[in-house]
Design a protein. Sequence first.
Length: 513
Amino acid sequence: MNTYIDNLRKQIVTKALPFLCLENITVKSLNKVLFTNLNFNMNKGEHWAVVGESGSGKTAFLSTIAGILNVTKGRIYHAYFERFKQQKNIDDPFFGIHQVVSFVQQKHHFRNLSNTGEFYYQQRFNSANSEDSQTVKEYLHSIKRGPVENRVWTIGRVTEIMHLDYLLDKELIKLSNGETRRLLIGAALIKNPILLLLDNPLTGLDVNSRKEFLHIFSAIVKSGITVVLSTSPTEIPDEISHVAVLKNGLIEKSYTRADYTAEVKEFKNTAPDTSQIQKSLKPLVTYTNIVKMTNVSVEYSGKKILNELNWQVKQGERWALSGPNGAGKSTLLSLINGDNPQAYSNDIILFDQQRGSGESIWDIKKKTGYVSPELLQYFPAGSNCMEIIESGFYDTLGLFRPASDKYRNIIENWMDLLQISQYKNSLFSAVSASIQRLCLLARALAKNPTLLILDEPCQGLDTQQQEHFKAIIDVVCMLNNSTLIYVTHYPEELPPSINKFIHLEKGIAQIIR
């Protein structure tokens, strides 16, 4: 055995092996086989994009390279790592690949200042509790630098290139989805890794931030860092040299970037069964004003997040809410869905009732179906998909009571409509990110809400899933006079039923007629 390892190391040092090699590997997670006999070779100087339909295994592929998932058969040769150890004469048995690899995942793992746990969902809107959080500056300074001596990516450079300067004194819990994404990429660079793994790095970024990221990506590559990223086929940076297409847990095809063309597929019929949707809908109570805000302002630590905002949403209206990262969109929505206590100090009417006049948060939530990227962060790992959906009837993040037969048919009907029936008994934590998001969409729809608030609902969905989902939303709005507030950074994700627009920028709202 020692002879084999010695020969392997000699091969690595003499560059007989590629930069990274996955050889006939089988990968399991929670007793589920993710990959069987998977092969992948990557040479020094190459930068790879991994594309594929939702659920094809892109995130699992990156997690396998990062050493997070369990390889039960075959071998992974991290030749770059062995060469680095040889060059630096590192014999420490505890020196692992995690010290030279950075992996930016979809979810953050921020912890509170006392390091006793991760954040809870509504913490960002409660000023006292939000103080139990590092600032961006403190977080960046807490990142352990890697052993690479040529540290191109300093805190100063990362702060500048990722546009984090205006966020340095902001608590982590108060960051928007897009701001969090920029911070995580910046933190990964401060480590100055040999290999950088990015899981859908453009997710949650506004239009300008996506354009800027392409310039940032060029700087990352020029600095000598090797990159593997998962992404949409239409958002592959120019510096990518190769593309791998994943399908059903296998690399179906590999291309040089010059030879790769995003495949344009004919979509299946996306029209949902109207009668099947009708079965799960009940007549809605009629209101004059679903939302009415008059001169609404929200301030944290002396900074105005919303500034004298006026907005009226009547029943049956379908609004698109737009604005750059950090514009105040999540804060605005938190005033509507009952999560923000500053609603009581403002002139806000919800469902024809003045906030602070005796209604409870639960009265508001039972009339509202809500989905957001932040919501996905906080669901318990031990629930199955049906339990996650049923929790929407109680407005809890997880099911903390026995499942009820009362809701079973409704849940199964929505899972069938969203084409996720086969996952009803699967652990929520074990299914792909796209299935998790569809479960949360089912959770929002199943309760037959008067108001649907959908904050970036198509994140992680492939084009087929997006088109099918938009068609369902249009039918729900048509049949039930539902009110819709829809947030996205991609105009093509808006359902055709949207006909009103509000744009937020620096806390100031503009109604677009």
